[in-house]
Write a protein that binds this ligand. Sequence first.
Ligand SMILES: [Zn+2]
Ligand SMILES: [Zn+2]
Ligand SMILES: [Zn+2]
Length: 327
Amino acid sequence: MIISTERGKRPSDFVRESVVTQGKGNCPFCYGNEAKTPPEILVYGRNSGGANSPGWSIRVVPNKFPALGIEGELDREGEGLFDKMNGIGAHEVIIETPDHNATLATLPERAIEDVLWAYRDRMLDLKNDKRFRYVLIFKNHGEAAGASLEHPHSQLIALPIVPKQVREEVDSCKHYYHEKERCIFCDIIRQEVDTGVRVVGETEYFITLAPYAPRFPFEMWILPKVHGSSFENNQSPVYSSLARTLKDTLMRLDAVLDRPAYNSMIHTSPIGEEINDHYHWHIEVIPKLTKVAGFEWGTGFYICPTPPEEAAKFLRDAQVGVAQPTH
Ligand SMILES: [Zn+2]
Ligand SMILES: [Zn+2]
Ligand SMILES: [Zn+2]
């Protein structure tokens, strides 16, 4: 990564549009439009009324335009020197709230926690499908970050192969563990807590850091403070603490960068490797402030115009009143 202090950018130097809702229009994720999505897979909060009717607090539905199809057997074949397989997978949408104008940052902690439980429920269910090797949960917030609908939602894609980025991350952690018999993320947390300069916030079970070598300005990682190798195998206090941390982190992002578009993703262990000492699950949050261009595509290097220590300071000093670093 290249930290370009020459280009040193403060939050106000980034030219972008804030994410603001335009209005419900004919939003397929709002109450009354349940028939406009494929039938629901999971619902929270509806005590009466039939399936696919209003009254819910969270709804999970198949993506209407899925990247991968759920039906069929995996079929791998060679085509000359190339390999191909059919596009089997699951692509679901987690509708986080009936409130069109809310965001994950503005939802009450309790509602955010329910979103996390919905993630977990879907992950555990999809892991029973022997065709799948990885379940990625991610969020595109704002049009600039790839969201085509403004109603608050996350997405889930179950894949028949472990994605390259995840494989590389897990394997690098494994390599480090074999050498030192310590988890690299646990080591990072220990060191970051000691120096404090890249710490953004802390709750009982989680810490939010600006990574030492960020790809993007104001990139953040949310990590459990006690080693854990998978998102889906945790006790309930962990999810409530994560809800608190997520809210705090996203509110800081909104305050410092005036509600930017962002992407976030959960990195957890691949299916079948859930319990281990080398991989430490986490959430990566990447605000959409810069463009990935020729240099990045051509090299895999990223030019980050804001040093992580400065980004962390702006984020840490933001007045949002949820969690504070404890040192
Ligand atoms: Zn809506
Ligand atoms: Zn660890
Ligand atoms: Zn990661």
